[in-house]
Ligand binder design. Structure first.
Ligand SMILES: Cc1ncc(COP(=O)(O)O)c(C=O)c1O
Length: 414
């Protein structure tokens, strides 16, 4: 960590000052050496249960054998293709598979490497489809740090402020879950809106669940305003929210967006993301006339696509969704019981599927609790604009014993 702090951008690694500031304890991150299932091992051989699944990524468990086998086989065949120009076979198969498993005509993909890039691709689609450039997003939403996604990430203003001078116009932010009449008014006022960008369950912003009927209201408001609806399911997708994606399910009022952004759990560990849209939403791009007006060197990376195909097979044939739902039900019950034992200190848990969070309103605060959990062998991170929430996004394969041990440790820390 000393070496990294010296040779990497200090804001990324040397977070000691910040950690000390918020928790009062001098602390370094642990270094990850190996990971299997829900467990991460550091270079000294200490094992930790990862209640974050590495930022909600390793849904199938770290180093899932089926995903590893697919990655190994692909590495032996073809590591790198020629981006948009000459596709590898896995990209063809994944584009087709996503069209098959996603609801409501979400059938055309733009592949990328990170969640932010998928969000940027969706914004480009909306701009082209509508000929407009105003994007409306929500308070406490998080869509990534790249320069196209950052102005739409309300969480946190501090992340945007130093770059305000070079950011494209900052999105209008509306209150998540706010009254729909006001929202409709905002969409009618001023410049016409290209897109509404929303997480059906806000992750990093503190695990906030859209109230029943609200997403349906967003759909109707978008239709009235001629704007596209973008679901950012980078966090909730691929089983995290209790469904393959929340789009089209009762958890999202049956609403299908015009565009959906996927990442994280899509590969359970390889940097690959996708923006998938309806034919209508993608039509604005027109047909390829030679040089692509949107691409990247690693677009549809063969190894990432092979990993995603293996992950999809685990959902379709390996019972992973059911496992995640069962874990999620257990998480909800145990977190509710914990919160009831600490009234005035812990809020009721919020969440869906296997993403849950709660607010910590008295000392020790969320960062200190995370440190205490680390010392007991559990990886946990704070969430929320003020860092006052605990967010739980463990691998869907986490066992009851691992989870129950985590709850016992949290009880001890409290
Ligand atoms: C909902 C959501 N969208 C987008 C992103 C950005 O993804 P990435 O960090 O891969 O760019 C994240 C990352 O946490 C996310 O949670």
């Amino acid at each position: 960590v000393d070496v990294l702090a010296r040779y990497e951008c200090p804001a990324i690694t040397a977070r000691r000052a910040r950690r000390k500031e918020v928790s009062g304890v001098e602390q370094d991150p642990i270094v990850w050496e190996r990971a299997r299932g829900a467990c991460v091992t550091d270079p000294d051989g200490n094992r930790f249960v990862d209640l974050t699944a590495g930022f909600g990524v390793a849904s199938c468990g770290h180093g899932n054998p089926a995903v590893r086998a697919a990655v190994h086989a692909q590495v032996d065949r073809l590591v790198h293709g020629l981006g948009d120009a000459y596709p590898g076979r896995p990209r063809v198969e994944l584009a087709e598979a996503l069209a098959r498993v996603l609801p409501g005509g979400l059938c055309q993909s733009i592949f990328a490497s990170s969640g932010s890039e998928a969000v940027e691709a969706a914004i480009k689609c909306a701009v082209l489809a509508t000929g407009r450039s105003r994007v409306v997003a929500f308070e406490d939403g998080y869509h990534g740090m790249s320069l196209g996604a950052l102005p739409r990430s309300h969480y946190k203003p501090d992340f945007r402020q130093p770059f305000a001078g070079i950011l494209p116009r900052i999105a209008d932010f509306l209150r998540f879950g706010a009254d729909l009449d006001g929202l409709r008014r905002t969409l009618r006022e001023g410049e016409p809106v290209a897109a509404l960008l929303v997480e059906p369950v806000q992750g990093r912003g503190g695990v906030n669940v859209a109230p029943p009927g609200w997403l349906r209201g967003l759909r109707e408001a978008c239709d009235e305003a001629g704007a596209l609806l973008i679901f950012d399911e980078v966090m909730t997708g691929f089983g995290r929210g209790g469904e393959l994606v929340l789009a089209g399910t009762a958890a999202a009022d049956g609403v299908v967006p015009d565009l959906i952004c996927l990442g994280k759990g899509l590969t359970s560990g390889f940097p690959l993301s996708a923006c998938v849209g309806t034919e209508r939403a993608m039509a604005g791009w027109g047909r390829s006339t030679g040089e692509a007006i949107h691409t990247s060197t690693f677009l549809g990376h063969p190894v990432g696509c092979a990993a995603a195909l293996a992950v999809l097979a685990l959902f379709e044939r390996g019972g992973l969704l059911e496992r995640g739902r069962e874990l999620g039900g257990h998480m909800e019950g145990t977190l509710r019981a914990l919160a009831e034992r600490h009234p005035g200190r812990l809020s009721a848990p919020r969440g869906r599927g296997a993403i849950w969070g709660l607010t910590v309103s008295a000392a020790p605060g969320a960062p200190a609790l995370c440190r205490c959990m680390l010392e007991r062998g559990f990886l946990l991170i704070p969430a929320g604009r003020r860092g006052d929430a605990l967010s739980f996004t463990p691998p869907l394969t986490t066992t009851r014993a691992q989870w129950d041990a985590a709850m016992q440790a949290l009880e001890d820390c409290l």
